[in-house]
Write a protein that binds this ligand. Structure first.
Ligand code: UVW
Length: 329
């Protein structure tokens, strides 16, 4: 499909680059539409050795979730405690660790709308009851993560290892602290892609290693506790029109990083990137993907592209999901 360029997309009020309607009025997949059968089939050619790498942090990591979210509770129970039979019960905020932000998670704040101009009042708070999944009113679950769970977020993964690039393979310190608002520019991303010999294709799933999880492991409990209490500051993609044009014009199907907000945080104004990526484009936005092993395997193999598979949890009307993501080489 020939997509409009960022400049060709209409504005929505004071927001540039509005992609509502690009995939039809009733669309709930957003840029996941770019993961067509042809794109997925082409991406499977990336599987050559059979080596696989998980990109999921354990679901109870980080131990103290950021942005005042609750720590997941995992309890082992048994209806027959005297026998080798166990269940577990898990209560968690789907935003507490490795996650895809979904289209219900964030809209355009000042205008109170989600992707495709759905007003926030049409997505009420409270329990979603599903006595019969086949009879759920689609209106009640619109923009839910189940849409991506039924399609899959699978295609060619492109990994850009900013940590390795900026530290010259670990020989110098990172020129930025991942726990500051340091902005990563489109020129930075392009420089890393060029150094790694990667050329982007429409429908790629872009994964950035900014250094958050590496720093997390290297930090004391005291330092970890500090970032789990406000105000949080994280290095990430820059909040700018240039960055929006870069992401849209490369026609990525999804973007993710090891960082807790993807974009440089906190926002410098009310026009920050979550709103465009999720609210204007319907693009999966991945946070806290564990890229540590991926970094090693890519360095060893010299390959920074692979088949990427992610099957979010099938939560009807869900706002986010652990990614359940893997790279296949
Ligand atoms: C922020 O709000 C920064 O991130 P999240 O997507 O986890 O809500």
């Amino acid at each position: 499909k020939d997509l409009p360029s960022f400049k060709e997309l209409p504005n929505y009020k004071n927001f540039s680059g509005c992609a509502w309607g690009v995939w039809g009025e009733g669309d709930e997949l957003g840029t996941v539409n770019l993961l067509t059968k042809d794109v997925v089939l082409e991406a499977t050619k990336e599987i050559r050795t059979g080596e696989t790498v998980s990109l999921n942090w354990p679901i109870n990591f980080p131990e103290k979730p950021l942005f005042t979210r609750r720590t997941p509770e995992i309890t082992v129970i048994s209806r027959r405690p005297d026998y080798p039979a166990r269940d577990d019960e898990i209560h968690m905020n789907s935003q507490s660790g490795s996650q895809w932000d979904c289209l219900r998670h964030f809209g355009v704040l000042e205008h109170h709308v989600f992707y495709q101009n759905h007003h926030q009042d049409t997505i009420p708070l409270g329990p979603i009851t599903t006595p019969d999944p086949l009879k759920v009113d689609p209106e009640k679950i619109k923009l839910g993560v189940h849409n991506w769970a039924n399609h899959g977020i699978c295609g060619r993964g492109v990994f850009l290892d900013l940590v390795k690039f900026f530290t010259k393979d670990g020989t110098v310190p990172l020129p930025y602290d991942p726990w500051t608002t340091h902005p990563i520019s489109a020129a930075d991303i392009t420089a890393v892609a060029n150094a790694q010999g990667v050329q982007f294709r429409q429908g790629d799933i872009l994964i950035l290693r900014v250094g958050h999880i590496q720093k997390y492991y290297a930090s004391s409990q005291e330092e970890k506790d500090r970032i789990s209490s406000t105000p949080e500051e994280f290095a990430g993609i820059e909040q700018s029109e240039e960055m929006k044009a870069f992401l849209w014009d490369n026609h990525f199907a999804a973007i993710a990083s090891d960082q807790p907000a993807m974009e440089s945080w906190p926002p410098k104004d009310m026009n920050f990137m979550h709103q465009t990526i999720l609210g204007m484009w319907g693009m999966p936005l991945g946070e806290m993907f564990d890229c540590e092993k991926l970094s090693k395997v890519c360095a060893e193999t010299g390959r920074y592209t692979f088949f990427f598979s992610s099957w979010p949890l099938n939560i009807l009307g869900g706002c986010a999901s652990p990614p359940n993501a893997a790279a296949y080489f």
